[in-house]
Design a protein around this ligand. Structure first.
Ligand SMILES: Cc1cc2nc3c(=O)[nH]c(=O)nc-3n(C[C@H](O)[C@H](O)[C@H](O)COP(=O)(O)O)c2cc1C
Ligand code: SF4
Length: 454
């Protein structure tokens, strides 16, 4: 396997990366091969496990994590330290589970894949430390089934870590017992939602669960369960090695959030791929690193972090790509991998494609999502063909409103509503061009809506 084979290519070469500046990717090789145990240990890998286990109490680890404020890289931006602090633990509580969310099916997102395929020991080290802090008895990596190379890399790394005593009983002589298993999913977007993931892990249908109780109180098999994203967990070793202040300082003046972020670019740019940069880097800088738009195209819009975030405009390129700054625009940072939309791309077709994905991936539990999304696709398909009817755009807005926050059981439908609502807000004229009018292209205005793609 070579680093060039996949879109998830890291564009910073080894000589451009330093541990103190690139805690996530410093470990990676230029050839894109998996970093095995010997190489990882030679680079001081697992040193933090030895440094922390038996020398720091779990609550001390959590305090450091809270001070560092690693915001959840799965897209929600919730502080990992706060989440760990809220997880039930204590002598009268059963030991629970630490689950790594490696489902990564967000459209336009391929950051966890890099870490899983190339730095599996970094993830295992983060999980051991997370397991220790949360008094977990066992860890699971819930992996998107199509990530076959990652599955091989993780399986091999678990075997290596077990053989070397980094997993199993009495890790590093600390008295702490912890092991990890890989669980491959069948490839469903909803399995990335943490409670649906837990159901799937238990062998049940992947429907989201009602919250409360939150997984930290009652998760997998009724035990306290922490679910964290791959990138979130990969930050943990460096935070415990260099401290919360160092982590906060990584972003400099760019952002109130600390640390680095695996940012990425997809779409019609010269160079798509990944960069590890201080959090708060702007999308404009990412576009520059990507060599600008290709083939003389110009930028019309962009998604800041996957298909479930709202479109932004070229005028937003100078904003810091962090949770709060992007949140203030009405969009979300999401996964932080930007998708570029070129001037010659149809917003209606693009949104129709996204909504078709979200409709297919709905678990079917609530009406605005189960029925609303296929209806949305039907309306968009008609507009795309120039067969829309007067009132369709308003109907789409109503559907997006009904799929918004608080109207459905989980955040799948609100995520699906974001690109739709923002595309109509910024590019209404493109949607209006899809309304059939008498005499316009000889299309009959009140013809039946197409159902072929719904
Ligand atoms: C529909 C849906 C899909 C999701 N998919 C993922 C995913 O693939 N990976 C992920 O880490 N989080 C995903 N999330 C967020 C998780 O529910 C959860 O918030 C996250 O794993 C927590 O980890 P973090 O705090 O480290 O970000 C998804 C959420 C929703 C609503
Ligand atoms: S919003 Fe959609 S995916 Fe989430 S529970 Fe409801 S039907 Fe299922």
């Amino acid at each position: 396997m070579t680093a060039n084979r996949y879109r998830c290519r890291l564009h910073q070469a080894a000589h451009e990366r330093r541990l103190e500046m690139h805690p996530l990717t410093w470990w990676l090789r230029d050839d894109g091969e998996r970093v095995g145990l010997d190489e990882y240990v030679a680079k001081d890998g697992y040193a933090v496990v030895r440094q922390v286990l038996g020398y720091q109490r779990p609550d001390e680890v959590i305090e450091t994590l809270k001070a560092a404020n690693i915001r959840g890289r799965g897209g929600g931006g919730f502080s990992a330290g706060v989440k760990w602090g809220l997880t039930l633990k204590g002598e009268d509580m059963p030991r629970g589970y630490l689950v790594c969310n490696a489902d990564e099916m967000e459209p336009g997102t391929f950051k966890d894949r890099l870490l899983l395929e190339q730095a599996p020991h970094l993830l295992l080290e983060g999980m051991i430390l997370g397991g220790y802090a949360n008094d977990s008895c066992f860890g699971y990596i819930f992996l998107r089934g199509e990530y076959v190379t990652a599955a091989r890399a993780i399986t091999r790394a678990i075997e290596e870590a077990r053989a070397a005593g980094w997993l199993g009983r009495d890790i590093a002589g600390s008295g702490f017992d912890f092991d990890i298993a890989l669980h491959t999913g069948a490839g469903r977007y909803i399995c990335g939602e943490e409670t649906a993931l837990i159901n799937s892990l238990e062998g049940q249908r992947a429907n989201p669960r009602a919250k409360p109780p939150f997984p930290g109180q009652s998760g997998a098999w009724g035990k306290p369960t922490v679910v964290n994203n791959v990138e979130t967990l990969c930050n943990v070793p460096a935070v415990l090695r260099f401290g919360a202040e160092w982590y906060q300082g990584l972003s400099g003046e760019r952002s109130g959030d600390g640390g680095t972020k695996l940012y990425g670019v997809s779409g019609k740019a010269h160079r798509t791929g990944l960069w590890e940069l201080p959090i708060g880097t702007t999308a404009g800088e990412l576009l520059d690193r990507a060599g600008g738009m290709r083939d003389g195209r110009s930028l019309k819009a962009w998604l800041p972090g996957g298909g479930s975030t709202g479109f932004l405009l070229p005028e937003h390129l100078d904003l810091a790509l962090d949770f709060d700054t992007i949140g203030k625009t009405g969009s979300r940072l999401g996964t932080g991998l930007i998708t570029l939309v070129a001037d010659d791309q149809s917003m209606v077709a693009l949104v129709r494609n996204l909504e078709k994905f979200f409709a297919r991936e709905s678990c079917g539990w609530c009406t605005p999502c189960r029925d609303g999304l296929p209806w949305t696709v039907k309306l968009l398909r008609a507009l795309e063909r120039g067969e829309g009817r007067p009132g369709d755009i308003e109907l789409l807005e109503e559907l997006a409103e009904d799929q918004g926050p608080g109207k459905t059981f989980c955040a799948h439908a609100p995520g699906a509503a974001m690109p739709l609502a923002s595309a109509i807000e910024y590019f209404r004229d493109e949607f209006e061009r899809g309304i059939a009018r008498p005499g316009k292209d000889d299309v009959v205005p009140d013809g039946p809506l197409s159902t072929s793609e719904a």
